[in-house]
Design a protein around this ligand. Sequence first.
Ligand code: COA
Length: 145
Amino acid sequence: MILRDMTEADLDTVLRIEREAHAHPWTLGNFSDALRSKYQCKVYESDGTILGYAVLMLAVDEAELLDIAVDSKRQRHGWGRKLLDEMMALARRHDMRRMVLEVRASNAAAIGLYRCAGFADIGLRREYYAAENGREDAILMGREL
Ligand SMILES: CC(C)(COP(=O)(O)OP(=O)(O)OC[C@H]1O[C@@H](n2cnc3c(N)ncnc32)[C@H](O)[C@@H]1OP(=O)(O)O)[C@@H](O)C(=O)NCCC(=O)NCCS
């Protein structure tokens, strides 16, 4: 398994995974902006196959996880946890003291992943996301690194 920088050449695969994984996926423009913004955009690869990816924003001493996904065919095999651990290690190497993120209140898989990785709820943004039937709350989660 290797964690490497995401490039423009990965975006077809990344977008395919993103669209299968999320009801409200990031667009090509979102990923291109993330690459241009010098966020930490990483793919997690095994034998040349991208299993998942994550995007991290580093700000002073706090890292914000902006996106993380595992190919829907490969979920529930521990890759999400390994990828998240790699992103936390990366943040520590950049002297980040805390990692934070926002997650849809209905996203049981992601909330389960973050809780098992030591994240706790730190806030709630009511009706933050567009949803199929109106709006949906965002849960803010965080942990010390
Ligand atoms: C969230 C996601 C990255 C998890 O990846 P994964 O490789 O399936 O996760 P893992 O196999 O490493 O699971 C780690 C833990 O997370 C929790 N978890 C994972 N999937 C879960 C699910 N469907 N329901 C409940 N808990 C789940 C469990 O606690 C699991 O530990 P366990 O398998 O020992 O019970 C994956 O479901 C995904 O890509 N989802 C779509 C994208 C997304 O929602 N990203 C988060 C945006 S905030």
